[in-house]
Design a protein around this ligand. Structure first.
Ligand code: NFE
Ligand code: MG
Length: 480
């Protein structure tokens, strides 16, 4: 008998994610035979931005997320600079890369220790680790205690890397420094010296603790190097400009298709968002984000998510550290739960080692901003990489105001629902074939879901009242 297991909300991630899996016996072994992944909130930022002053976009879109605000600020600034045909000083390019790099490291450390580790390691019998499931744990007491110590250490490391970004960015998250035309903070020699100290401790933690811990967990749970493959297609927009024109990128853009070993260039016009299974007007399906529409329709027959389904030439693509490291030729071990963790840790180290080189290029007390003028009419895109993968902001300016804005986040690619052809998203596909030992404690499902590092805050936002009885009702004016 097939059993449907619902996990709602999936915890240890940002935002609100629901997963429904159907578990049935295949050759005598219970496993997931079908999965549906839903974002249970509406983001609404696209709608909010219309008619605003375009220069507000980096500040407003950074509020999409508390984990990856930096790439949203960068994507919005890049879109505005393309719209205004403006260039930024070299100092600004370098400072943005340093802040974005610190943000990646912070996010990757947080993801492994705070979001994923407890799928494999039992915490101590005390809050916040209690209550916990009684599931398949394969570490002895000594190894568990070491990893729980690293969980605590990782909180300090994630805080330090946030502080590192804030040295130049002024604040984390939601930096006021990311503006079209460059950056607002003129760096000082003291800031450069302080950032360098943080670089050293960050790289040390990743090299000595994070990378070995990922390998250790993989060695104890070897079947997860085979499980959770997904759609097999990988995509990156590319990010971290290494020259003024943004032609050379530290993280290369491109795509690889299932079975193919060649990296192919991206044609951005091939990106569309499909909404047949999302709570949006069917008339707006399969549009390019530059012409995307965010018209909510709820309830809607056959729909189950607030995420649209981004597709490239109509096909689902996985995005994120594994896609980037594979496309860059630095990781070629495969696609699985552990491959995602290993590639993420390797990318954290790669960026941590690049930061001091970029820091050498900062010119203290020199210009960081070129005066930016909002064009009265323009269309543009700002593409970058966020910790979780390819991020794009598409905008139109009319009469000096935002007339159109669309954000396509990495989690929309990875956590997308079925598309117009009922083809599942990467995470849905990855869940199929996952064995489930106990339907009441489906830890195996969490291991697959968490490997993608989903962030539903980035993907969707405003909650509908799920429990109308508990919805807030404001008292009316007093009549007595
Ligand atoms: Ni809220 Fe985000 C990243 C973006 S995920 S974390 O990384 O954009 O979709
Ligand atoms: Mg969108």
């Amino acid at each position: 008998m097939p059993t449907v297991i619902t996990i709602d909300p999936v915890t240890r991630l940002e935002g609100h994610l629901r997963v429904d899996v159907t578990v049935d016996s295949v050759e005598g072994k219970p496993q997931v035979v079908e999965a549906r992944v839903s974002g249970t909130s509406f983001r609404g930022f696209e709608t909010m931005l219309v008619n605003r002053d375009p220069t507000e976009a980096p500040h407003l879109t950074q509020r999409i997320c508390g984990v990856c605000s930096v790439p949203h600020g960068v994507a919005a600034a890049l879109a505005l600079e393309q719209a205004g045909q403006s260039t930024i000083p070299e100092n600004a390019r370098v400072l943005r890369n340093l802040v974005l790099g610190a943000n990646f490291i912070q996010s990757h450390i947080l993801h492994f220790y705070q979001f994923s580790l407890l799928d494999y390691v039992g915490g101590p019998g005390m809050p916040p680790w209690e209550p916990q499931w009684d599931v398949d744990r394969r570490l002895n007491a000594e190894d568990s205690a070491r990893l729980v110590d690293h969980y605590r250490l990782a909180l300090q490391a994630a805080r330090a890397t946030n502080e590192m970004a804030a040295v130049f960015a002024g604040r984390q998250p939601h930096s006021p420094a990311l503006v079209p035309g460059g950056f607002t903070n003129v760096p000082t020699a003291d800031q450069v010296a302080l950032f360098r100290k943080y670089c050293g401790t960050g790289a040390e933690f990743i090299r000595r603790v994070y990378v070995p811990d990922v390998d250790f967990i993989a060695s104890r749970y070897p079947e997860y190097s085979k499980l959770g493959r997904g759609c097999g297609n990988l995509l990156a927009f590319g990010g971290f400009a290494l020259d003024a024109a943004g032609r050379e990128l530290f993280l290369t853009g491109g795509r690889m298709t299932e079975g193919g070993r060649e990296v192919q260039p991206l044609k951005l016009e091939a990106v569309t968002e499909q909404v047949t299974c999302s709570w949006y007007d069917n008339g707006s399906t399969n549009r390019h984000p530059a012409d995307g529409v965010t018209q909510a329709v709820y309830p809607k027959e056959g729909a189950y998510s607030w995420l649209k389904a981004p597709r490239y030439e109509g096909e689902p693509y996985e995005t994120g550290p594994l896609a980037r490291m594979t496309i860059d030729g630095l990781y070629r071990q495969g696609i699985s739960v552990h491959d995602r963790h290993r590639a993420r840790a390797a990318e954290a180290l790669r960026i941590a080692e690049a930061l001091p080189r970029w820091l050498d290029q900062v010119k203290p007390d020199e210009a960081v901003y070129t005066r930016y003028a909002v064009p009265s009419e323009a269309e543009a895109a700002g593409l970058t990489e966020a910790p979780r993968g390819a991020l794009g902001h598409w905008l139109k300016i009319r009469q000096g105001k935002i007339a159109h804005y669309q954000v396509v986040t990495p989690t929309c690619w990875n956590g997308s629902p079925r598309d117009d052809r009922q083809k599942p998203g990467p995470m849905e596909k990855a869940l199929v074939g996952t064995p489930v030992a106990d339907a009441k404690q489906p830890v195996e499902v969490l291991r697959v879901v968490h490997s993608f590092d989903p962030c539903l805050a980035c993907a969707v936002h405003v909650s509908r009242p799920v429990h109308p009885a508990r919805a807030l009702v404001f008292p009316g004016p007093r009549t007595d």
